[in-house]
Design a protein around this ligand. Structure first.
Ligand SMILES: *Cc1c(COP(=O)(O)O)cnc(C)c1O
Length: 394
């Protein structure tokens, strides 16, 4: 089922909500309880038979979380969803459930740092190997598949370099070979990219970013077939205990109400900021999937409804101090990790390296990632202009 705007409104405003069971309150209650009681042994027995559909203990299924779970599954046109206490937990559980000792993972190069950590530092201790490869050339990427490859891990677009993968081509290839495909879809959200429709098995998104949208809670989501969700629920989800808490699920439900309005506005503002950056002579080049200069522009147009929010650019700078002056001089843009909230952000790549290692001939050292939030676009552009001016002529 393709989700049109009517479906979207239904999912966000109605699906999974049963007001009569909670005093006809418009806002669902935060069911802050660890356990649930039963009237009879027989009722308890029935619940134990299907833990994934029963309220027994909040490490498993909780009513507040369940409302969110139903909406998130529907947004992805998935049979089911699981909601985690952060994005990293969702990645960890989804990956762990689909590998065993001796298996190989093919991952896109430079995925999110804690996904890398999971592969390199944790799974490697249990005899699971990983190959990182550029996912922009599908044929080359898939040539790294081995007989023991059990999982292909994608992140499209990447949150720093924004490179993308051909989801349909990879999905089709993997299905033929029985390899599970998983994607980190945090950049687009299900509103602007729907990986399950491209044949991807397991979709992860970091709800901390756009679903929360207010920089006040963490959350992570997995969606996929009911069988896949049940497999993860009955093992990793319950064993690690990384399900979301009711209060945080409630914050995400609140965030969901305004998700379409927020991201549409952010997408519009991003276009305006992009136009400004194109005319700013201290900007060497811009990386943005829906910019005609983007090497994978056609594919990005095909599989992503809109690109928005995050973009990266190379600043012209000879010295690291010039980049520092630009970033320190911003008044509205905050310098912080994360994104997807109301506040616009920057993070320069050089903040993650020793100052003495800076080499202006290395473009990556001059990379600045920018997140466009909910402020007025002109207000943001004024701030960028004054910060660029403050650097002086470079
Ligand atoms: C933030 C982020 C994560 C991790 O999410 P947390 O909620 O911080 O655990 C994973 N992938 C991407 C692309 C992210 O931006």
């Amino acid at each position: 089922m393709k989700t049109n705007n009517e479906d979207l409104s239904y999912i966000i405003n109605h699906l999974g909500e049963d007001h009569a069971t909670y005093f006809n309150a418009i806002a669902p209650p935060i069911i802050q309880t660890s356990n649930f009681c039963f009237e009879t042994v027989e009722n308890m027995r029935t619940a134990f038979k299907d833990e994934m559909a029963s309220y027994i203990y909040s490490r498993g299924i909780n009513p507040t979380v369940d409302i969110l779970r139903k909406k998130l599954a529907a947004l992805d046109s998935a049979e089911d969803a699981l909601v985690f206490n952060c994005g990293a937990a969702a990645v960890f559980a989804g990956v762990l459930a689909n590998v065993k000792a001796g298996d190989h993972i093919l991952s896109v190069h430079h995925p999110y740092s804690w996904s890398t950590h999971t592969f390199d530092k944790i799974l490697s201790r249990f005899g699971i190997s990983v190959t990182y490869a550029d996912g922009s050339d599908t044929e080359k990427f898939l040539s790294h598949v081995q007989d023991n490859t059990s999982l292909i891990f994608l992140e499209s677009p990447n949150s720093w370099f924004l490179d993308i993968q051909d989801l349909s081509a990879i999905g089709t290839f993997a299905k033929k070979r029985g390899i599970v495909t998983m994607i980190d879809n945090t950049y687009c959200t299900p509103l602007y990219q729907r990986p399950i429709e491209h044949g991807i098995d397991l979709v992860m998104q970091t709800a901390t970013k756009y679903i929360g949208g207010h920089s006040d809670t963490l959350g992570g989501v997995l969606t996929g077939s009911h069988a896949m969700m049940e497999k993860i629920f009955k093992s990793e989800y319950l064993a690690i205990g990384s399900g979301i808490q009711p209060m945080n699920a409630w914050l995400l439900l609140r965030g969901l109400r305004t998700l379409p309005a927020r991201i549409d506005r952010i997408a519009d503002s991003t276009q305006k900021v992009l136009a400004y950056l194109h005319n700013e002579n201290k900007v060497e080049s811009i990386i943005f999937p829906h910019d005609p200069s983007f090497p994978q522009y056609d594919l990005a147009k095909q599989q992503m409804k809109r690109a928005f929010g995050l973009l990266s650019f190379y600043i012209k700078a000879q010295k690291v101090e010039e980049i520092e002056k630009f970033c320190n001089g911003l008044k509205t843009f905050r310098m912080a990790v994360s994104w997807g909230g109301h506040e616009s952000l920057v993070i320069p790549k050089c903040s993650g390296m020793e100052k003495s290692a800076f080499d202006p001939k290395e473009p990556a050292h001059r990379l600045i990632r920018m997140y466009i939030g909910l402020e007025d676009a002109d207000f943001l552009i004024q701030d960028l202009a004054q910060a660029f001016n403050g650097v002086g002529s470079l």
